[in-house]
Design a protein around this ligand. Structure first.
Ligand code: UT7
Length: 336
């Protein structure tokens, strides 16, 4: 059987809103403290969007434009958009078609939206990778963008969730690789629906008569609910598991990883995973301190910053891993 071609990341980009919200600002709203937030999550500040300036789509567009420029391409070279978000501009249509419009693409290229929350970017990357492997498309834009701040309960009742999430976007341009043994080596995806309600925004759900009225009556369920401790317990098991699965599939060891970019969920989760995998401090990338948890945007945002900071060089083994709502979890191993 002929070997399938494989894909590589040819460009990276990111964008964050200019409004910086430090923990001290949350102290005034949420009956919380800078000390609690830093000790439990590592977060020092996050970005919140500004209405009329930032949208999930236009942040994704800015990240995509940076990724395209980095790859030396223009929007007209793109043949497929894969857009991961849990916070689309509209209930429908998804943000993929809006991104296509904002990028001013002339051809009617397809736009696919992925809804896998914190694992959304790796799911989206995997989908893009499969399209490239089969030869259906060459240049695929993979975007993760989120606005959480408009949907958080910014009262003491919401403090367990509101302190964690932030807004931002990241993007990569994926294309066929001409270098043997380089690019995306594998992706691994998992889900466990029995825990669907452990991290959820329930309303406006479609499964009851008069969903809009029901949603308004159940306003609390329009905010994210998280069973933090259970999410944490599962995350620290699934992250190492899915990283090991990727390493085993490629006959590699944890010691071969040059840089791990985990989904930025909680610095304590990242540190636990780092310890479990036996990785040195300079082999794990974290920027949650500055952005909080930006779900589907967190990995491409971290990747783009890591590239900008010169932390990834040609030939490095890069591991991406994520865990979150669904539950879903995933990994990708990339030879840069
Ligand atoms: O993106 C992927 C999905 N998300 C995650 O991976 C997040 C996973 N979970 C977590 O990161 C942690 O569970 C949290 C950071 C959300 C919470 O940390 P925790 O150590 O699990 O705290 P807890 O929920 O057990 O709460 C401990 C205490 C409680 O007070 P009592 O009952 O001990 O008096 C909470 O009411 O901390 C209290 N608390 C807060 N206090 C100040 C909860 N939130 C806050 C807050 N500020 N923001």
């Amino acid at each position: 059987m002929a070997t399938l071609r494989h894909s590589e990341i040819a460009g990276t980009g990111h964008y964050v809103p200019s409004r910086v919200v430090k923990n001290a600002e949350l102290e005034t709203l949420l009956d919380t403290s800078d000390a609690w937030i830093q000790e439990r999550t590592g977060i020092q500040e996050r970005r919140w969007f500004e209405e009329g300036i930032d949208t999930t789509t236009n942040m994704g567009t800015k990240a995509a434009q940076m990724a395209l420029a980095d790859a030396g391409l223009t929007a007209d070279d793109v043949q497929l958009i894969v857009f991961a978000t849990l916070s689309p501009d509209y209930v429908f249509p998804g943000s993929g078609v809006l991104l296509q419009r904002e990028l001013g693409m002339k051809d009617h290229v397809p736009a696919l939206d992925v809804r896998n929350q914190c694992s959304g970017f790796i799911y989206a990357l995997s989908v893009a990778d499969q399209f490239i492997k089969t030869g259906m498309y060459d240049n695929v834009l993979v975007v993760g963008s989120e606005i959480h701040s408009s949907g958080l309960d910014k009262t003491p009742r919401g403090r367990g969730v509101a302190v964690i999430f932030g807004d931002g976007a990241g993007a990569v341009l994926l294309r066929p690789s001409t270098r043997a043994g380089h690019g995306i080596l594998s992706t691994h995806l998992h889900a466990q629906g029995e825990f669907a309600e452990e991290l959820i925004v329930k309303e406006p759900g479609s499964n009851r008569e008069g969903r809009v009225t029901v949603a308004v009556e159940n306003q609390a369920d329009m905010y994210p609910y998280m069973n933090g401790q259970n999410v944490f317990k599962n995350a620290v098991v699934r992250f190492p598991q899915v990283i090991k699965e990727a390493l085993d599939a490629n006959q590699l060891q944890a010691a071969d990883i040059d840089l791990l970019i985990p989904h930025q969920a909680n610095l304590r989760i990242t540190q636990y995973v780092q310890g479990k995998m036996g990785l040195a401090d300079d082999k794990v990338f974290s920027n949650i301190q500055r952005y909080g948890n930006t779900t589907a945007a967190s990995i491409p945002l971290a990747l783009s910053e890591a590239v900008q900071q010169g932390k990834i060089k040609r030939g490095d083994l890069l591991c991406l891993a994520a865990f979150g709502s669904g539950f879903t979890w995933a990994s990708a191993l990339i030879r840069w």
